[in-house]
Design a protein around this ligand. Sequence first.
Ligand code: PMP
Length: 447
Amino acid sequence: MKKTKRRLRRSKLVLRRAASTAAFAEATRYLPGGVNSPVRAFGGVGQEPIFIARASGSKIYDIDGNVYIDYVGSWGPMILGHSHPAAVKAVRDAASKGATFGAPTLAETALAKKICDAFPSIERVRLVSSGTEAVMTAIRLARAYTRRDLIIKMAGCYHGHGDSLLVAAGSGAAECAVPSSAGVPSAVANLTVVIPYNDIGAAKKAFRIHKGKIAAVLTEPVAANMGVVPPADGFLRSLRDLCDAERAVLIFDEVITGFRVAFGGAQELYGVKADITCLGKIIGGGLPLAAVGGQSRIMDMLAPAGPVYQAGTLSGNPIATAAANATLDILAGGGCYGKLESRSAMLAEGLKEAAREANVPVVINRVGSLLSCFFTGRPVRNFEDVKSTNIRRFKVFFAEMLKRGIYIAPSAYEAMFVSLAHSKRDIEKTVEAGRAGFNVWRTAFSG
Ligand code: PMP
């Protein structure tokens, strides 16, 4: 280890961090762990966080004056890039008319219509304020609709921090000292049946063991909270068929994939429809807005139309709704997904080539503008595969990228998000940084 440290010091680049270090010390006096969401703390890469001052386009600027090409994109929402002029204008205009009314507005219906048009499986939609709420509502609906209690979830998928879903969860929960979470009653956790992602045999077995008790299968159609793990050929279709045969509800958590891997999400890309779809991140355009939608026979069970209660003071908030409408209008405008695909392919290919030249074994999983670089020589198809990759090497890579002005997620379990603001030059710089990072890695770990 000492030898490794000595070698790593040979990479002379040092980041200015004094202001961020002081800010973090102050923040930890008032905020648990110094942050308002765990992965922001950089614990997964053994560092302290950088504090952000502002962002524009593909760049993010910290309070020490460093500038980075940003592949976190606030963990997914910023598909247009930061501070897109149309989104900023929409937010300004809406804010000047009042922040929140707690009463219906025309913009909510306009947004709901756009979501229904984009997702043929969605006939009605309820707007909420976070992905967590969307998934909580989805499983309550599924339970009410089927009059059953159990939910099947996939290990390594993350669905927000609702009690029953903090079981074998990905994202920040994968790095917790307690694997799921303290404070979740076992009576609640026991209502969740965990199976490996991409394992249709395990799903069938779970249905056999819990015959007639499974309300829903809940999955990210492309897993993106254990790094990116695409669905195996036919996996989503088989889940669809299984749910139909067992009269269970299929819930796709498209909080990350919705409007990301295609305008109509993973459902459009893979041609498989969900009964209930959860959306978030991109649909809020960077403001707190998410949604749950599905066929009206299920959705009309929601209060006030039906007996399933769900409510929210800020649901369909006018400022968030304005950002959402502006974002979806731009994405619907054409050309966006082709551009995202070619920039993302360029990045993935460039990094692969750089790793090959440096003789560093990596696997790059990519679906559209979502990608991950795993430090392993073997395919990564589920959470077990992800956990067997070399996290220590990821930490070195992360540190080298950050020093070179590339901001990737500070965790081996998160995706890289490419936005429409990333230029070819940005991608070239990122690949160059990757090349340097792989070489430092090779020097540090060889011999
Ligand atoms: N589902 C998925 C797939 C997510 O990635 C996330 C957040 N990363 C959530 C749900 C929860 O969303 P939120 O953080 O808005 O509550």
